[in-house]
Write a protein that binds this ligand. Structure first.
Ligand SMILES: Cc1cc2nc3c(=O)[nH]c(=O)nc-3n(C[C@H](O)[C@H](O)[C@H](O)COP(=O)(O)OP(=O)(O)OC[C@H]3O[C@@H](n4cnc5c(N)ncnc54)[C@H](O)[C@@H]3O)c2cc1C
Length: 511
């Protein structure tokens, strides 16, 4: 029998397994796909002259404020290099599809009044985000107001000028989720920017999938089992029995589930998941991103004084039938440390859905047209165009993360809570940099600590338990209340029992 089965071989699952292995536990990692890495994927890309170089088609950037991933990179001897940001940025976000340049942190939005209003709105959002913890967004003083709003309706309430492009899911995402998610990263601007401490600060030499590949290498082939999709987790017996699609069963004392929430929803749990957990899994739509990478002979945008950063509503250059705007949402310079010139970009949210229905050639032509319109006509002449449609990845189903919808955020913290002997990790369950690789690592290490508390209690200190399900401070408010109610009930029962025994003893002595 095993000590622990870890489900999922992405950054969360492998970080959990690595920590458990160091405690000398008998473990296996069951990964559905024929590779590790999950939503990180580093692939060889054609760079011309018959050569290829490795580029990230999934999670890519890291930042120095992302403690967990930076520690892990050090542990694995992986290096980072800064994101190129020198020069002006380009935007195409007005109704007129006009291309403009800017150097400030936020794109200038037309009139001075618009700019002032947007800045005030941003300050309000940063302030409210700081009061909305991902541990339990309902601790926010604005909880009642926020749970009913989407990001779009919330923005309209507080700003007359703000409009979101189809490259965002603003009309679907809960305002409360957005604020809590931003708070977990240290603020909204931290998520959007490429400066120090921000989400797009640096890239990993050789790619981020190496994190999972190196961890899997250290764990060994006999521990990390590929092509083992889990279909059932049964804890109706003495130990937990995990069944895979290929008919194998693994019995363990504890299980850690790290598959993305939209995939957990497809597994069978016996006994079934508790109501709050079930509710939240059924109400977490997954984002939609097509990531593309365009390699060029030279970084022509740098020569023109552009940083390569583009924010776009897609524009309307030569659109094929069936799409309402062009594909570009956001782009960055992706030139390698060795000097291979490249632009990385995203076709996001509704733009992604519309363009997924087009052919590879149609998307390629439209992306190059978009780059020509925003960065210069040289954008049409590329060495290669590579793309990854994440919605088509069978055990991921979309990306970068799932998001909360209005009216259900009270159940969100229950993602993190265990179901008896089954613990849950994955970036969506983290409390620092939720949704990022760093969050995934934090969550895996946290779930491993929860397991150690049960299987190797002597190895776990009070301090280690901070942020786990054994730390009352990290539990959602309603759960804590229930726990307190339970413990109050137990206390009452105990007192009644003592009184009954006392009366019985006194009565017996009188006889
Ligand atoms: C296009 C894109 C861009 C991104 N950009 C960034 C970025 O720049 N920086 C950043 O930090 N993050 C980024 N992310 C997010 C980052 O990649 C994720 O946060 C991270 O990979 C999550 O790790 P995880 O282990 O929680 O989940 P995953 O990486 O999704 O791993 C979960 C694993 O579970 C497996 N699985 C699913 N179902 C089953 C099953 N039934 N049985 C067994 N295994 C199963 C999956 O195959 C997968 O390998 C991006 C993601 C994408 C896709």
């Amino acid at each position: 029998m095993l000590d622990v089965v870890v489900i999922g071989g992405g950054p969360a699952g492998l970080s959990a397994a690595y920590k458990l292995k160091q405690a000398d536990l008998r473990i296996v990692v069951l990964e559905a796909q024929d590779r590790v890495g999950g939503r990180t994927l580093t692939q060889p890309v054609d760079v011309g002259q018959g050569k290829t170089e490795m580029f990230d088609l999934g999670g890519q950037w890291v930042g120095s404020s992302q403690k967990h991933v930076m520690d892990m990179l050090r542990e694995l001897d992986l290096e980072t290099y800064p994101q190129y940001t020198t020069g002006t940025k380009v935007m195409q976000i007005g109704l007129d599809n006009e291309v403009r340049t800017y150097s400030s942190d936020i794109p200038p939005l037309g009139s001075l009044r618009g700019l002032i209003e947007f800045q005030l709105f941003l300050w309000r959002v940063e302030r409210m985000a700081a009061q909305t913890p991902i541990q339990d967004p309902y601790r926010s003083p604005h909880a009642k107001e926020l749970d009913g709003h989407t990001v779009d309706t919330f923005a309209r309430k507080h700003s007359h000028t703000l409009a979101f492009s189809k490259g965002t899911d603003a009309t679907r995402i809960s305002a409360m989720f957005f604020l809590a998610y931003s708070n977990a990263a240290g603020g909204v601007m931290k998520i959007l920017e490429a400066k120090k401490d921000c989400a797009q600060e640096a890239r990993v030499k050789g790619g981020t999938q190496q994190i999972s590949q190196l961890l899997a290498e250290r764990l060994g082939k006999e521990v990390v089992l590929l092509s083992h999709p889990v279909i059932r987790v049964d804890q109706t017996t003495e130990n937990v029995k995990v069944t895979t699609e290929n008919g194998k069963t693994f019995v363990a004392r504890r299980v850690i589930v790290t598959a993305p929430p939209n995939m957990i929803n497809k597994m069978e749990f016996l006994p079934p998941l508790p109501p709050y957990k079930k509710l939240i899994y059924e109400n977490l739509p997954v984002g939609h991103l097509i990531k593309f990478l365009v390699v060029y002979e030279k970084a022509f945008w740098r020569e023109k004084g552009f940083s390569g950063e583009v924010v776009s509503n897609g524009g309307n250059e030569r659109l094929p039938k069936g799409v309402s705007c062009g594909p570009l949402s956001v782009c960055f310079d992706a030139t390698t440390p060795g000097g291979t010139a490249a632009i990385v970009g995203f076709i996001a949210a509704r733009q992604g859905v519309e363009w997924q229905g087009k052919t590879h050639e149609e998307r390629k032509t439209a992306v190059l047209e978009g780059l020509a319109a925003t960065l210069g006509s040289e954008g049409r002449d590329c060495v290669s165009y590579t793309e990854k449609i994440w919605a088509e990845e069978p055990y991921v189903g979309g990306c970068p993360v799932v998001f909360g919808v209005p009216g259900t955020m009270y159940a969100f913290p229950h993602l993190r809570l265990p179901h008896d002997r089954v613990h849950f990790a994955g970036t969506e369950t983290s409390t620092e940099w939720t949704g990022f690789i760093s969050g995934a690592i934090q969550s895996g290490q946290r779930a491993a600590t929860e397991v150690l508390k049960n299987l190797r209690p002597e190895m776990v200190s009070e301090d280690d338990l901070k942020g786990t399900c054994y730390d009352p401070e990290s539990l959602p408010g309603d759960y804590k209340t229930n726990q307190r109610l339970h413990s109050d009930t137990y206390k009452m029962l105990l007192i009644v029992a003592v009184i009954i025994v006392f009366i019985a003893v006194v009565y017996a002595m009188q006889l």
